[in-house]
Ligand binder design. Structure first.
Ligand SMILES: [Zn+2]
Length: 502
């Protein structure tokens, strides 16, 4: 493969002639017609050096050549900087008078899980086709695009590819939920940009979660565009994932369920059976708006799943002047949606829910069990009163035993105290756990943690270990010790709370 060497040998006089003509009719020395062209081809990099303009029809002045030469950015690996990049520039200057691109983006090399260079003899080569077959093409692409920083080598770990596959599934499930709700309500968004403007003007009508997610989404658009301009593609992809998974799916969608099932929690009444609430309290337009925009943001990183979802939901997007994500404009931030106060308020609500969830996890409270809570909300009383549905549902609080007041005169006994900003949440333990069993469990854990700490301390006090063992092993042991101390403090605090000393 390549350009055949333009050298001709004369069978009669042995003369060798190099020519710029494609064919040579006769020997320039003896006139013989018995000529042979060299069988070999030029070095592969010679042909590759011509690539930026030869594929555009050069030397003819084609439209393609005029449009696409010179281009802007070349993306390649640093290992062929001299072989390829330097030669393209030399050939470009020589043949066209122009360099072929103004910027070269160098990605790192893909290495195996342990950082070794992939090679056939070592047998550690990962075949991308096998990975795509097992986890999906988008999962591999997303892993490669987000797992690297410019110029740095990357270790390809299958655990990360699997996590990317899970991310693709997460978006798919979120879209399926939104599609189902949209179809059942026959709710449509009319024209994204127009709706966006309308939403911004009537933002006072929006519920707090709407103002929050619209603000977060537009900040994401701003940040991703800046990162893309700065060639920080990996960071851009990571931020889109964090937003989609961490904010949109885990919080906004969960909160939207509360509004879509207005007050029916617990009695299993499907949302479809209810009349839609007032327009400003319907999360569907915002769900659709954010999903549509994030599909466009994510498209360069996960082209297949985003396009498939977009096409399936096409009828719900309303009037879009384009037929596919791939030709849709990249979303830009609309600063009129930025809302610091909504972000602060939602941040507080999320912090409260998170800390209650942490306690539930620590005491292994049955997820279905609704627990008692007393909330002293201070100057955040109005906010908490407005968002009490969200807090109660997401933290699974028992409404009949939920007290919300600006201040609480006497703290409940044998209760945990959680502090989020100005808000104090008291969780009486009796309603949450079997006190006797929990006390016994904690005592057992405390004694086993004591033993772990002693073991680590003994080991680290032994010079035979600290000087002879690999540094990483010693470091790991130190880390275990410090984790043990943290754990012990936490367990002892829980035990104190249980005994009512708090
Ligand atoms: Zn000759």
């Amino acid at each position: 493969w390549g350009h055949r060497i333009p050298a001709w040998y004369c069978d009669d006089c042995g003369e060798m002639t190099v020519t710029t003509e494609e064919k040579m009719a006769s020997c320039p020395k003896c006139g013989s017609l018995r000529l042979r062209q060299d069988d070999d081809v030029l070095d592969t990099w010679f042909s590759s050096a011509l690539w930026p303009f030869s594929i555009m029809g050069w030397p003819d002045e084609t439209d393609d050549l005029k449009t696409f030469y010179p281009t802007s950015v070349l993306e390649t690996g640093y290992d062929i900087l001299f072989f390829w990049v330097a030669r393209m520039i030399m050939m470009g200057l020589e043949c066209t008078g122009n360099i072929p691109f103004h910027t070269v983006y160098l990605h790192g090399m893909i290495r195996d899980e342990s950082g070794e260079k992939m090679s056939k003899t070592k047998g550690n080569v990962v075949n991308p086709l096998d990975v795509m077959e097992k986890y999906g093409t988008d999962a591999l692409r997303f892993t490669l695009a987000t797992g690297s920083t410019p110029g740095n080598d990357m270790k390809l770990s299958m655990t990360r590819v699997e996590a990317s596959r899970n991310f693709a599934n997460k978006i798919w499930n979120a879209a399926r939920y939104i599609k189902q709700k949209a179809e059942s309500r026959k709710q449509k968004v009319t024209g994204s940009e127009e709706t966006g403007k309308h939403d911004a003007q009537s933002s006072m009508l929006h519920a707090l979660p709407d103002r929050w997610i619209l603000s977060r989404y537009n900040r994401l658009c701003q940040s991703v565009n800046e990162l893309m301009r700065d060639y920080q593609f990996g960071e851009a992809g990571r931020q889109i994932e964090d937003f989609l998974w961490g904010e949109f799916c885990d919080w906004y969608i969960e909160m939207s369920k509360i509004r879509l099932y207005q007050g029916t929690e617990g009695d299993n009444q499907p949302a479809e059976a209810l009349p839609p609430g007032p327009a400003h309290d319907d999360p569907l337009p915002v769900l659709l708006h954010i999903l549509e925009g994030t599909l466009r943001l994510l498209h360069p990183f996960m082209p297949f799943v985003t396009e498939e979802i977009w096409q399936q939901l096409k009828d719900e997007w309303g009037n879009r002047p384009y037929d596919a994500v791939i030709i849709a404009p990249y979303p830009q931030a609309d600063a009129s949606y930025f809302d610091d106060e909504a972000e602060r308020q939602m941040g507080l609500i999320m912090d409260i829910v998170r800390s209650i969830r942490n306690v539930r996890a620590e005491f292994t409270v049955d997820p279905a069990r609704q627990i008692e809570a007393v909330i002293a909300a201070g100057r955040e009383f109005d906010l908490l009163a407005n968002q009490i549905d969200v807090v109660a549902t997401l933290a699974r609080l028992d409404r009949r035993r939920l007290v919300l007041q600006p201040t609480v005169d006497s703290k409940p006994k044998q209760a945990l105290t959680l502090v989020s900003g100005d808000v104090e949440v008291y969780l009486p333990l009796a309603g949450m756990v079997d006190l006797e069993a929990e006390r016994a469990r904690l005592q057992k854990e405390i004694s086993s943690t004591h033993q772990d700490i002693e073991r680590a301390e003994k080991l680290l006090a032994n010079p035979g270990f600290t000087t002879k063992a690999p540094a990483a092993v010693v470091e790991k042991e130190r880390q275990k010790l410090s984790e043990g101390h943290d754990r012990l403090a936490r367990l002892q605090e829980r035990l104190r709370a249980l005994s009512g000393d708090q």
